[in-house]
Design a protein around this ligand. Structure first.
Ligand code: ING
Length: 320
């Protein structure tokens, strides 16, 4: 029996440093209600969807950054989103900065069932950027300062969405550039990867030339490859636009197991894109080209987990 999932990617425009969560939550409620009206069964919101991308701002004292984190979910400010989801019987993915009761800080995403229960939690593993102030950079990217490496692995769970059971997993932003992350999800038969991102439209490292048009191309390339090679759908959802003068690109997409872009946002503001996903499409790859049990050779992949960095190769020289 065909399992068709109506999936919505809720791209968000910018959130300014001075704007409170209530502004973001009100916009998210509007996006969720529009998605419900258009028949969506699940809505995917961006990474760090409740605040500005604060890792661009250096704080010497981490205590002064505490207000960027959610100390409980839902809270008074985020409750309206949970209530709207319950009202419309729609599940949603939310990216946010998590502060645990024992003081740990993570870049986190959750999938929330319409009844408000948290079905799945993921904490970002690949933290780009740096931990100390970097004077060479155009703009700071201090995720290694503000977050610990995620400690939940890359979990997949089979959960009810609408009248179906779906194998769902999550990645966050930079994770999409690491094929190992996708493969761990693929080895658990993931069918839908929910992925939020906040990605600068220009290279801020200032350590070499990267053509501007490649910023979006690399994002799409990573998500399309991840879906094709692990035979799954993904929603790659941006927080976009200019935040206090710093530009993030949009171009949110929904991708199918053939690696095709089914829908793409064209603004850099709040924008909903929706796709009708035939989850049965995941079967073809899993039974043929990417039948992992028949074709993978882990005995040849030792370097992938044995090494962290790359090593220089042996040098060959002609005998004669
Ligand atoms: N942002 C960016 C990302 O991976 C980045 C950082 C951009 C890294 C471009 C490398 C190249 O999309 C986050 N938040 O991870």
């Amino acid at each position: 029996m065909t399992r068709r999932l109506v999936l919505a990617a809720a791209q968000m425009g910018p959130i300014q440093k001075a704007e409170g969560r209530d502004v973001a939550v009100a916009r998210m409620v509007r996006l969720l209600e529009t998605a419900a009206r258009r028949g969506a069964e699940v809505v995917v919101f961006p990474e760090l969807a409740l605040t500005t991308f604060f890792p661009r701002w250096y704080e010497e004292d981490l205590g002064r950054a505490d207000h960027w984190y959610e100390h409980a979910l839902p809270s008074n400010e985020t409750a309206p989103l949970f209530e709207a989801a319950k009202r419309h019987g729609i599940g949603f993915h939310l990216g946010y900065a998590e502060k645990t009761p024992d003081g740990h800080r993570f870049n986190t995403a959750v999938y929330v069932h319409p009844n408000g229960e948290i079905v799945l939690k993921y904490r970002k593993v690949h933290l780009p950027g740096h931990s100390e102030y970097d004077p060479q950079r155009h703009v700071q990217h201090l995720e290694k300062r503000y977050f610990e490496v995620g400690n939940l692995g890359f979990p997949v769970v089979r959960a009810p969405i609408g009248d179906k059971q779906v194998n769902i997993g999550m990645l966050i932003c930079n994770d999409r550039r690491w094929p190992e992350a996708w493969r761990v999800l693929g080895l658990q038969q993931v069918e839908l990867v929910m992925l939020g991102y906040n990605t600068p439209s220009l290279n801020m490292e200032n350590r070499g030339f990267e053509a501007h048009h490649l910023r979006v191309a690399h994002s799409h390339l990573s998500i399309q490859a991840g879906c094709y090679q692990n035979s799954c759908f993904a929603a790659g959802v941006a927080k976009a636009g200019t935040e206090d003068g710093n530009e993030l690109f949009g171009h949110s997409i929904i991708v199918n197991p053939q690696g095709e872009i089914m829908a793409m946002a064209t603004s850099w503001d709040d924008e909903l894109i929706i796709a009708d996903c035939d989850l049965g499409m995941c079967e073809l790859g899993r039974r043929t080209i990417f039948d992992f049990a028949r074709h993978r050779r882990p005995e040849a992949y030792g370097r992938i987990t044995a090494q962290v960095g790359s090593e220089a190769p042996a040098v060959w020289t002609p005998k004669a």
